[in-house]
Design a protein around this ligand. Structure first.
Ligand SMILES: Nc1ccn([C@@H]2O[C@H](COP(=O)(O)OP(=O)(O)OP(=O)(O)O)[C@@H](O)[C@H]2O)c(=O)n1
Ligand SMILES: C[C@](O)(CO)[C@H](O)COP(=O)(O)O
Length: 237
């Protein structure tokens, strides 16, 4: 029987509208290397991969100019107009490269450069054997308010609420089918597509400094996180 291989998709095809820069956020310099380089390094460092699909915006040539060892051997493929479509394209590329039904696939946002390799390893350990897969996430810490315009309408009980991060880890074929089935009803992460297909993915707690670069001001925060880590302040927040 063929051993179960691990593959990865790194979604880097976003336009970064909210970030608002001519240079897409995945190519910004962050603590000495590109945002994309940090994300690729974290995923590749977690476990040996059979292959990694790097999903890029149509016409994106920035990645070719990077001096980035973690780009070696990536399967470059074209993104779609939504994150969901980009991930589906990445899975299709892995299918062509030989990903099998029962193989596992990690899906990560290029825009989450601060993810800890140790957290990805824990995700693989805790969710790799589950047919429903799993995701890095963290329990919501703050009091939550539902708004009506700028006024509070209600306080939302936060018990049982988690914020979803990436990477997310699923059996290859189940995820491919779940995303195809969700094509008409947008989902914001892979877990949501799997949930629609009846799965109950496992929540694996990860450090909350696995932030997504969404606004330009997030870049300085990410740089501070990586600098503190390098200086040895390794305690996960
Ligand atoms: N069509 C898309 C949209 C997003 N992404 C990727 O999905 C991740 C998370 O998306 P987000 O940061 O929300 O994406 P952007 O589309 O880049 O930002 P915005 O919504 O502000 O335009 C990013 O790594 C981004 O490159 C993608 O591969 N393809
Ligand atoms: C997948 C994700 O990173 C989980 O938090 C997130 O949903 C993607 O970003 P978006 O802003 O929701 O597109």
């Amino acid at each position: 029987m063929r051993a179960r291989a691990l593959w990865a998709v790194v979604a880097a095809a976003g336009g970064g509208e909210r970030f608002g820069s001519d240079l897409p956020k995945q190519y910004q310099v962050l603590h000495g290397r590109s945002v994309l380089g940090w994300s690729l390094q974290a995923v590749r460092g977690a476990a040996p991969l059979q292959g990694l699909a790097l999903v890029l915006a149509p016409g994106d040539e920035h990645w070719r100019a990077l001096d980035e060892p973690a780009l070696a051997g990536v399967i470059a493929c074209r993104g779609g107009t939504t994150r969901q479509a980009s991930v589906a394209n990445g899975l299709a590329a892995l299918g062509e490269a030989g990903a099998g039904t029962d193989d596992l696939v990690l899906v990560h946002d290029a825009a989450r450069p601060c993810v800890r390799t140790a957290d990805i390893r824990r995700l693989i350990e805790r969710a790799g054997d589950s047919p429903d897969g799993g995701l890095l996430a963290a329990p919501v810490r703050d009091t939550l308010k539902r708004a009506a315009g700028e006024q509070v309408q209600a306080t939302v009980p936060r018990g049982g609420l988690w914020q979803a991060f990436t990477p997310q880890l699923f059996p290859f074929d189940r995820l491919r089918r779940a995303l195809a089935a969700a094509a008409e009803q947008p989902v914001t992460d892979e877990a949501e597509a799997m949930e629609r297909a009846g799965a109950r993915p496992r929540l694996v707690e990860g450090a909350v400094d696995n932030i997504k670069l969404t606004y330009a001001s997030d870049l300085a925060l990410a740089a501070a996180i990586l600098a503190a880590r390098e200086a040895g302040a390794e305690e996960a927040p």
